[in-house]
Design a protein around this ligand. Structure first.
Ligand code: ZN
Ligand code: ZN
Length: 609
């Protein structure tokens, strides 16, 4: 897990691209309905917006949509349930009972009978990598049980998609023998077309002979990083088709399907309807793959898509800092922010890649790795650089989002935020520390004290083989029995948010908030009632807590909470309709729930037929 952030440093060498200068200005920034309250982060839209509910709808106060006869979960206030909602333009114009909503219905209104179904706020993803996700996961889904299943899936896909290269994602190393998967197996189902398939953790690739040939990988080809990033070879020195680590992986991929900002954007765009189908209406992009070294050019692709009317969610994007120097971070963020800004896309967060990953022994720990006692991992920054970076970002009025897989990184990140708070004038801060695989008890309690959001990927909180074997081996007892503790943060009064970190995964990769919410509530893998529960079991979230963290809690982190995240009059109409009430059904069934409608900005972006 956490691999997505780490991937980013491998992209600058590819497809240097022209920087698109986009100055759409602030004029289109806020919808009229919420402009009055968007200047006051955290204020409730309801306080400043008069209720438009009238007795009967004259042409001017006629709603565009009325949803009635449903169960409306508003995620707002002490009484979060209502029956009906009206939407006028981009905004929610009524929340209440059927009679009040129907009074706003006129001849031009689309009246939707919810028929008892659940309407709730659209999901806000607090940490995700859409470009990398599109790039890795396009093609065949190989999250299956065995190598034979994977080959069958590839054969089926190739038959259905008869031209071009075949790509895919999701196979696991344990589906094959110790020598890894082979091109021979692939050649049997893909004899004359190139094929390449990413492993679930993004650290290796399985390629067929045609792909190796296009990449010029032969017996005498030198390995990109001998012993670390290399082509697995057979007894005769011939490459087997199993390719390890990102440097070698991307070389082969680029030879078959050239990597550029444009191709990344095309792959992203193909995924967007799936995001709407999953109910996603806002995302925090926690770091783009900087193709051609230009993060701003990649983020600008969102605006290009928006201009064509094809962006189905809001984006808060970040500028990633992964190594020193740190003193230009504010300027870099400001430059990108000035160039890339639109109604749906804003850039106002500095992502600090504070360490690596546990699987690579690069997460920064307080005590050594149990299975490598001479190492505590590392951070790319000295403590002084940490403090300087966070203080500067904070002084400039921006928020930091810290990648902290290891608990030392979480501690140093919190220390740096604490120092910035002491040093800089008071302001409304929304700093965030993310991943939080393992956090020491005293640090868990500091999220509340410092007002820092604890960002979790609930989809990782299962007792899957990667967690209970690999991650547990890294940490040993007692640390291995205290992974992922969102309840501890909540109990001490802190705020949490959920985001899948898609495509990053150790065992199961998903961008679907409903799956993440189920795993957060059960601490079990999806699909197996009797799957083992990840310790400590008392860290399970209630479904309501998980829903809050994936809507209003995430919106708070992103400074979107005055505009979206709950169903309230005056907020923007980002709404979803589900075919069952996830607050009331057995949590193990949540993943079977269908999003039957997704509305963003008052427009329907997905509707089940
Ligand atoms: Zn990430
Ligand atoms: Zn990360």
């Amino acid at each position: 897990m956490c691999a997505a952030c780490e991937w980013s440093r491998h992209f600058p060498q590819f497809g240097a691209s022209r920087r698109a200068v986009l100055r759409t200005g602030a004029a289109v920034f806020a919808a009229a309905a919420v402009s009055a309250c968007s200047a006051l982060p955290g204020s409730s839209a309801r306080d400043s917006t008069p209720s438009p509910a009238g007795d009967d709808a004259s042409a001017s106060d006629q709603a565009d949509f009325v949803f009635h006869n449903g169960r409306v979960y508003t995620v707002a206030g002490p009484a979060p349930w209502a029956q009906a909602v009206a939407v006028t333009g981009k905004a929610i114009s009524y929340v209440g009972d059927d009679a009040g909503a129907m009074a706003l219905a006129g001849p031009k209104t689309r009246v939707v009978d919810l028929n008892g179904r659940l309407l709730m706020p659209g999901f806000v993803e607090a940490h995700i990598h859409p470009f990398l996700g599109g790039f890795l996961s396009t093609g065949v889904d190989l999250q299956v049980d065995t190598g034979a299943d994977a080959l069958a899936a590839i054969a089926r896909y190739a038959k259905d998609n008869p031209t071009g290269a075949v790509r895919g994602f999701g196979w696991r190393v344990d589906m094959f023998g110790p020598e890894g998967p082979t091109r021979d197996d692939l050649d049997r189902v893909l004899p004359d077309r190139p094929g390449f398939f990413f492993a679930i953790d993004g650290h290796s690739l399985w390629a067929n002979s045609k792909a190796l040939e296009m990449a010029g990988v032969k017996r005498d080809t030198p390995d990109p990083i001998p012993g670390f990033s290399y082509y697995q070879r057979d007894a005769n020195g011939e490459p087997t088709g199993y390719i390890l680590e990102v440097a070698a992986v991307l070389g082969v991929v680029n030879a078959v399907e050239p990597i550029s900002a444009d191709t990344m954007s095309t792959l992203l765009e193909a995924w967007l309807p799936k995001a709407s189908e999953a109910g996603i209406t806002s995302v925090f992009d926690a770091g783009v793959p900087p193709v051609g070294s230009d993060q701003g050019a990649m983020i600008g692709k969102y605006v290009d898509i928006e201009k064509r009317g094809a962006l189905p969610f809001r984006v808060v994007a970040s500028y990633s800092v992964k190594s020193a120097p740190v003193d230009d971070a504010v300027q870099k963020l400001t430059d990108i922010r000035n160039e890339v800004s639109s109604e749906l896309v804003e850039v106002n967060v500095v992502k600090i890649i504070g360490d690596g990953t546990q699987e690579g022994y690069t997460a920064w720990l307080l005590e050594p790795y149990a299975d490598r006692p001479d190492s505590i991992g590392a951070s790319p920054f000295t403590e002084e650089q940490w403090h300087q970076l966070v203080a500067q970002v904070d002084a400039a009025g921006f928020d930091v989002h810290v990648h902290a897989c290891g608990e030392r990184t979480a501690r140093v990140g919190l220390d740096s935020i604490e120092q910035a708070i002491a040093k800089n004038p008071p302001r409304e801060r929304r700093h965030t520390v993310a991943h939080l695989v393992y956090v020491e008890d005293p640090d868990s309690d500091r999220f509340a004290k410092l007002g820092v959001v604890a960002q979790f990927s609930a989809n990782w909180m299962s007792a899957d083989p990667d967690t209970v074997q690999n991650l547990a081996a890294r940490y040993g007892a007692p640390r291995k029995d205290n992974f992922f503790r969102p309840q501890k943060v909540l109990k001490s009064g802190g705020r949490i948010s959920l985001g899948t970190d898609w495509p990053a995964a150790g065992y199961y990769s998903t961008y679907k908030p409903l799956e993440s919410i189920q795993i957060g509530a059960t601490r079990q893998l999806v699909g197996q009632l009797d799957a083992p529960v990840l310790a400590p079991a008392d860290q399970k979230l209630s479904v309501a807590e998980a829903v809050h963290a994936n809507t209003l809690g995430a919106a708070y982190q992103l400074r979107l909470d005055s505009r979206v995240g709950s169903v309230e009059v005056g907020k923007l109409a980002d709404l979803i309709v589900l075919d069952r009430n996830i607050l009331e059904i057995e949590p193990h069934d949540i993943h079977q729930t269908k999003v039957t409608m997704t509305m963003m900005n008052g427009e329907i972006r997905h509707e089940a037929s």
